[in-house]
Design a protein around this ligand. Structure first.
Ligand SMILES: Cc1ncc(COP(=O)(O)O)c(C=O)c1O
Length: 374
């Protein structure tokens, strides 16, 4: 920091220059992100609640009301009429809180969690923090966790099993209905990581895989408005089927307006809650069906174009994620990157992965496919 401050004009002009280093969703080159350009109303709402801190919500009861209403909307969407939870910093914190609850409920000396091999990498951080031993279950030929393997891996030390509704790499949806039956039968906690799929699956035009609180065994769900929900970052979400579970993650606060905090992050922006609230209310279910429907149409356009170009898909897309291979996939990924496309190369599956988010339009896909041909 310099001793004397600069003029606002100078600071803004410097910021403008530096912002040019950031990619912009509008350019249509970001094909690897599970976030997207926030809805225009999200930006307005964010500005209005810019000062708000949900970490001391007695001071910001309007913002707290918005958070409550967003969580109620999510609970209804995910069929959990008594579900309760919070907006958090993202899917990582949401998954952390779910496993914290599961671990504290179980009170086991050497706790283990059963994860699909495809579980998001956030679970590695979480196991580290919570001293949980990760036990990985293999996938079947469609990259969904093998539920019989999950059942076999359950031991006296298992505090939770996890299923993913929309994996980050392939958009695969684990057989959550089968996991739910196993969880019920064995009396084990089941957490569903629907950070991405939670705001996609309910709005799919058809073939909605089961994943929500309708399934008896599902105890908690991660669902992030800052991904397909088109809200501003940081808006992750965690919902527990039974509000009593919140007692297992609460911490007393010595000096705040709230007696307890339930989130890991203390100071949290109410602006993200306002942005999610605004998007939910402007779009409604029909608006989200249109957004998701368009992404699915563009996903099909891309998948068909890739097949036509002789590039096999790793798996038929369930959601708006496409993964494909070439004879030399890594080299192709590097060439595409050289042409300005931001795609992911995933070594584990030796594939190029594209997430067809709302900012990826038909024209961007056509440009991408013709660059690929070249
Ligand atoms: C399935 C899944 N879970 C968890 C996360 C972590 O979310 P965040 O980056 O918001 O913490 C992601 C991120 O893409 C995800 O796709």
């Amino acid at each position: 920091m310099q001793l004397k401050g600069s003029s606002r004009k100078a600071v803004l002009s410097e910021l403008k220059k530096i912002r040019e280093l950031d990619q912009r969703y509008d350019d249509g080159k970001i094909l690897c992100s599970m976030c997207t350009k926030p809805h225009p109303i999200a930006k307005k709402a964010y500005r209005m609640f810019f000062e708000s801190n949900l970490g001391d919500s007695g001071l910001f009861s309007g913002s707290a009301q918005l958070e409550k209403e967003v969580m109620q909307d999510l609970a209804v969407l995910l069929q959990g009429k008594n579900a309760a939870g919070f907006l958090v910093s993202g899917g990582t914190e949401a998954n952390l809180l779910a496993l914290l609850a599961a671990r504290n409920i179980a009170e086991i000396a050497q706790p283990e969690v059963i994860l699909p091999e495809s579980a998001h990498f956030s679970f590695k951080k979480i196991c580290n923090l919570l001293c949980l031993k990760p036990v990985y279950a293999r996938l079947d030929s469609s990259f969904r966790v093998d539920s019989s393997e999950v059942e076999n891996l359950i031991s006296n030390n298992t505090v939770a099993i996890v299923g993913t509704a929309g994996t980050a790499e392939l958009g695969a949806v684990d057989p959550i209905d089968e996991l739910s039956k196993i969880a019920k039968r064995k009396g084990v906690y089941l957490h569903v990581d629907a950070a991405f799929g939670g705001l996609v699956i309910p709005f799919l035009p058809k073939d909605k895989p089961p994943f929500d609180f309708n399934l008896e065994g599902v105890q908690s769900i991660t669902v992030d408005p800052h991904k397909m929900g088109m809200a501003a970052i940081a808006a992750g979400g965690i919902l527990f089927k039974d509000a009593k579970r919140l007692n297992y993650i609460k911490t007393e606060t010595p000096y705040l307006t709230d007696k307890f905090q339930y989130t890991f992050v203390g100071t949290r922006t109410g602006a993200a809650a306002a942005s999610a609230w605004a998007v939910f209310n402007v779009l409604g279910v029909e608006g989200f069906q249109k957004v998701v429907g368009d992404c699915i149409k563009n996903t099909k356009l891309l998948a068909d174009g890739l097949k036509k170009a002789g590039l096999p898909l790793v798996v038929e897309p369930t959601l708006n994620v496409v993964a494909f291979r070439d004879r030399e996939t890594k080299g192709l990924a590097e060439k595409l990157r050289g042409r300005g496309w931001f795609i992911s190369y995933v070594p584990h599956y030796d594939c190029i992965r594209i997430v067809v988010m709302p900012h990826v339009k038909k024209r961007h896909i056509m440009d991408f496919l013709s660059d690929l041909e070249r």
